[in-house]
Design a protein around this ligand. Structure first.
Ligand SMILES: Cc1cc2nc3c(=O)[nH]c(=O)nc-3n(C[C@H](O)[C@H](O)[C@H](O)COP(=O)(O)O)c2cc1C
Length: 572
C-alpha cells in the first residue's frame, strides 16, 4: 500500500496518495479516483442503498465499481489517487465528503453573522416580513429581516422591543429602506435603529447613498486595542445595479462624512476610520424578484457584481472580505444550488416566504400565492416611487391591481390635476377603482398625512399634480392593506408583491406535503431548499468525477424537517 495522508475517517478511512494511476482504467471511460479495500459484506449494489447513501449529505459517500455496477461501500479503507493496493480492491468511481447544508455558502458569512445556514428571509414591507418570520429564522440558525417599510415608527419600535427579547443573542435584522418621498421617515428609522441598538440592517431601494444610511453604518465606529476597526452596525445592501453596488462596496463618500462631523454625529477620528471600511461588506445581488426589481438575470448580475467585488477589494485592501449573495427567483433546490455554485456567499428569498404561515398577510393571499404559476406575475407602478415611474413585480392572477394602477400612472403622466382628468375616466375611477367620490379619498389622504407627514399636504396645496399623486397613491397604499388584511370585498384590487419564484416553488412542491398551506413554515421551506441544494451540489460533484448519475438521485421531495435548534448558536 502506498504511503498517504489520512484526510477523513468516517465510514471508511480515506487516504490520499500522489501515485499516478492514470493507467488504471475503470469500467467507465475515466480512470478511477482510487481504490477501496474492505469486507465484501460492506459492498451494497442495490439501487435503493446507493440512492440512500448519495442522498444522505450529512455523511461521506464512496461509490465503487463492482462487477460493472455502481455500489456503495462502508467501512474499509479508501485510498484516493493510489495505484491498485491489492487484487481484491475495488476502483472508486465517486467520492464526496459530507456536505450538509451548513457547508454551503461562505463560511465567513456564517461566522460573521452567527448563523448556521447561508440563508436569509428578506424583508417584506408592512410587516409581511413579520416578527414571527424573523423569530422562526433566528431560532433555526438563519437570518430574517423585519419588514419595516411602510410601517409607522411606533410599529417598528414595537418589533424591536419584541425581537430584542425573544431573539437575544441570536441573529436578526431590520430593513432600512430608501424613501425618496419621505426622507424624514428614512432618517427617523435610521435614528431609531441607532438608539435601540439594532446592529444589522438590510439597506434597500437605494439609488445613491443618503446621510441616514451612512450615519447608521458609521455610528460607534472605533479602533480596538489591536488597531482593528470595529463597526457595531452592519449593512447587507440589496442591489441590482452596478453603480449602486460600487457605492455600497466603497468607503462612505467624503462629503457625507463631513456632514456627519459637522452635525456632531461622529468625530474627526471616526470619519478617518470610516474611510477605511466599505459601506456594506455584504451585497445581495437582486435579480428578477417580487416587489422592487430591475428584472435582471441572475446569471448575468451575479458574476458582474462578483467582478466588481474583487476590483474594489483589491483597490481598497479592506481587512474585511467583501461578499456577494444572491436573491431573486430562488425558491427551489435547483435555483439555490445554482446561485451557491456560482459562488454566492448566501441566498435570500422573498416571494416564497409570503406564502408561509408566519408571514404578516392574510390567508386569502396565501391561497392566491399557492395557486400562482410561473407566468402569473407582472410589473405595476410602485406606491413609494410612483411619480418616478418605478415599478414593482406583483401577482397578476386573480387581481386587477396591476391594470388599475397602470391606468392611474397613465393619467398622472397625461394630466396636471385631478380637475383636468377627462370626466369619463374620473367616473370610472370613482366607480371601480376608488369606489368612492374623489373628494372622500382626498379627505382620507389629508387625515393620513396630517399625522404622518404634513409637508406633503403643504406641497399639495401649492401643486395640484402632487395632490393628484397623493390621491392615486392612496389606492396603491390601500391595495396592499386590503390584501394584508384579507378584505373579502377588495380581492380584485389586492396588491401582492410576488416574483416568478413563487410559481417555480409551487411546481416543485406539487404533490408533496408542502402543497398544504398550513405546512408552509419559513424554516421548513428554507431547510428543504437548502437540503435539496446540498444534494444537487453533491450529485454535480459526482457527475464531474465521471459518475453516471440517475435522475432518481436528484428526485428530492420536500419532507418535514426538524430544524436543529442550536442553543449554542450565538451572534459573534
Ligand atoms: C411581499 C414582498 C414584500 C417585500 N418588501 C420588501 C421590502 O420592504 N424591503 C426590501 O428590501 N425588499 C422587499 N421585498 C423583496 C424581498 O426582500 C426579496 O429581496 C425578494 O423577494 C427576493 O426575490 P424573490 O421574490 O424572487 O424571492 C419584498 C418582497 C415581497 C415578495
Amino acid at each position: 500500500m502506498p504511503s498517504g495522508t489520512l484526510i477523513h475517517k468516517h465510514r471508511a478511512a480515506v487516504l490520499v496518495s500522489q501515485t499516478d494511476h492514470s493507467s488504471h482504467a475503470s469500467p467507465g471511460s475515466r480512470a478511477p479516483l482510487g481504490f477501496w479495500s474492505g469486507s465484501a459484506s460492506r459492498v451494497d449494489r442495490r439501487e435503493d442503498a446507493v440512492t440512500e447513501a448519495v442522498q444522505d449529505t450529512q455523511r461521506p459517500v464512496i461509490l465503487v465499481s463492482d462487477r460493472g455496477a455502481c455500489a456503495r461501500v462502508t467501512g474499509g479503507t479508501a485510498i484516493l489517487g493510489a495505484g491498485v493496493p491489492d487484487r481484491e480492491a475495488l476502483p472508486i468511481v465517486g467520492y464526496s465528503p459530507a456536505n450538509p447544508p451548513e457547508h454551503l455558502g461562505d463560511p465567513g458569512f456564517l461566522s460573521d453573522h452567527g448563523v448556521r445556514y447561508p440563508y436569509i428571509a428578506g424583508a417584506m414591507a408592512n410587516g409581511i416580513g413579520s416578527t414571527e418570520v424573523v423569530e422562526a429564522m433566528g431560532r433555526a440558525g438563519m437570518l430574517g429581516f423585519f419588514g419595516a417599510a411602510g410601517l409607522p415608527l411606533e410599529a417598528v419600535e414595537a418589533a424591536i422591543d419584541r425581537l430584542s427579547h425573544s431573539l437575544e443573542g441570536r441573529p436578526y435584522g431590520f430593513n432600512l429602506i430608501h424613501s425618496p418621498s419621505e426622507p424624514d421617515l428614512e432618517s427617523a428609522v435610521a435614528d431609531l435603529y441607532i438608539r435601540r441598538g439594532v446592529h444589522l440592517a438590510s439597506a434597500s431601494a437605494y439609488l445613491d447613498l443618503t446621510l441616514p444610511v451612512v450615519r447608521y453604518r458609521v455610528h460607534g465606529i472605533h479602533e480596538d486595542s489591536e488597531g482593528r476597526i470595529v463597526t457595531p452596525n452592519r449593512l447587507i445592501a440589496k442591489v441590482s445595479r452596478l453603480e449602486v453596488a460600487m457605492k455600497f462596496f466603497s468607503p462612505p463618500p467624503e462629503r457625507l462624512l463631513k456632514s456627519l462631523v459637522d452635525t456632531g454625529d461622529i468625530n474627526e477620528e471616526q470619519a478617518r476610520l470610516a474611510k477605511r471600511i466599505p459601506v456594506a461588506q455584504d451585497i445581495t445581488a437582486e435579480a428578477d424578484s417580487g416587489g422592487h426589481t430591475d428584472n435582471q438575470s441572475a446569471l448575468a448580475l451575479i458574476p458582474t457584481l462578483m467582478a466588481l467585488r474583487d476590483q474594489i477589494q483589491t483597490r481598497h485592501g479592506y481587512r474585511q472580505t467583501l461578499r456577494v449573495g444572491a436573491a431573486g427567483g430562488i425558491s427551489t433546490p435547483i435555483s439555490a444550488a445554482a446561485a451557491l455554485s456560482m459562488g454566492a456567499a448566501y441566498i435570500l428569498t422573498g416571494s416564497v416566504n409570503q406564502a408561509c404561515v408566519e408571514a404578516g398577510t392574510s390567508d386569502i393571499v396565501r391561497k392566491m400565492l399557492a395557486d400562482a404559476e410561473q407566468a402569473d406575475v407582472t410589473m405595476a407602478p410602485a406606491a413609494d416611487m410612483f411619480e418616478m415611474g418605478v415599478k414593482v413585480q406583483v401577482l397578476k392572477r386573480g387581481t386587477m391591481f396591476a391594470m388599475r394602477a397602470q391606468k392611474l400612472y397613465e393619467l398622472y403622466r397625461a394630466c396636471d390635476s385631478l380637475e383636468s382628468i377627462p370626466k369619463t375616466d374620473m367616473a370610472a375611477l370613482e366607480k371601480s377603482t376608488f369606489r368612492a367620490p374623489v373628494d372622500v379619498v382626498w379627505t382620507q389622504c389629508r387625515n393620513f398625512f396630517a399625522d404622518r407627514d404634513p409637508s406633503q399636504l403643504e406641497r399639495a396645496a401649492k401643486d395640484p399634480k402632487h395632490k393628484m399623486s397623493l390621491v392615486f397613491r392612496w389606492y396603491l397604499g390601500q391595495s396592499s392593506h386590503w390584501a394584508n388584511a384579507g378584505d373579502p370585498t377588495r380581492i380584485i384590487d389586492y396588491q401582492i408583491w410576488c416574483g416568478p419564484a413563487m410559481g417555480a416553488f409551487n411546481g416543485w412542491v406539487k404533490g408533496s406535503f408542502l402543497e398544504e398551506l398550513e405546512e408552509r413554515s419559513v424554516v421548513t421551506v428554507a431547510l428543504n431548499i437548502l437540503y435539496g441544494a446540498a444534494l444537487l451540489t453533491r450529485i454535480n460533484a459526482l457527475r464531474s468525477q465521471g459518475v453516471q448519475t440517475p435522475r432518481s438521485w436528484s428526485e428530492y421531495w420536500p419532507r418535514p424537517i426538524q430544524p436543529i435548534q442550536d442553543k449554542e448558536l450565538r451572534v459573534q
